[in-house]
Ligand binder design. Sequence first.
Ligand SMILES: C[S@@+](CC[C@H](N)C(=O)[O-])C[C@H]1O[C@@H](n2cnc3c(N)ncnc32)[C@H](O)[C@@H]1O
Length: 249
Amino acid sequence: MNSDGVELLRHGAGLLGLEIGEQLPQFARLFALLQEGNARLNLTALKTQEDIVLKHFVDSLTCLRGGYLEGPLTVLDLGTGAGFPTFPLALVKPELHFTSVDSIRKKVDFVRDTAVQLGLEQVTPLVGRAETLGRSADHREHYDRVVVRAVASLPVLAELTLPLLREGGLLVAQKGAISADELNAGRRAAGEVGGKVQVVDPFELPVLGDARTLIVIEKLGRTPSKYPRREGVPTAQPLFWTPPQKQAR
Ligand SMILES: C[S@@+](CC[C@H](N)C(=O)[O-])C[C@H]1O[C@@H](n2cnc3c(N)ncnc32)[C@H](O)[C@@H]1O
């Protein structure tokens, strides 16, 4: 990352009220590792310095809006991909303990290697699917927080993530613009699996102005044992919703 990238990161994070100082060398190392990893493994579509800094680093840091990720919390990052939002959050909030999950082994291998290189002992990478972890005694009703970025529609996220939260825990979902239909279905799905949508916070990505929405669902009671349904079903047949088209955010 050259001096323009450093300036962009400081500026973008500054617009979120965050000062990136002592973590700059680790962000620069993360940038280099991501570029190396991309060349070998084609991990993410974002390849320019500006895209990586703004659409991966700063975009991930927007999950801190509202202060839902403060304190020594256990956080599961579902569908972490190449480690987002895990890595930017872990660099600025070392007190968070991450379990960073993806179903694709090569991505999780990259997250493991990168966590070691960055000295992030509080990041535990895990190959797995939400549908399986949500039925495992080690993970069900276990986490203080689940974070997700660009993984699935809100009704699908509710079914995949609420089983993983302890009562009182929060899903913090960072998404693009969300339609009223998706939000309504997400509200009904959240109720079905033991939660309630507490916050819908639309905002713009710093510098670029792209539409984003932070959605917080609180786990209010236990999730019925029939959820999550078996692998692939939550996405193929979302609760209370027929999606207009497949969408990732
Ligand atoms: C579009 S990528 C987003 C990656 C990352 N969160 C980011 O923001 O760059 C979605 C990721 O979610 C993973 N994923 C989707 N459904 C999943 C599931 N049910 N369990 C575990 N991982 C899943 C995919 O393998 C993919 O890596």
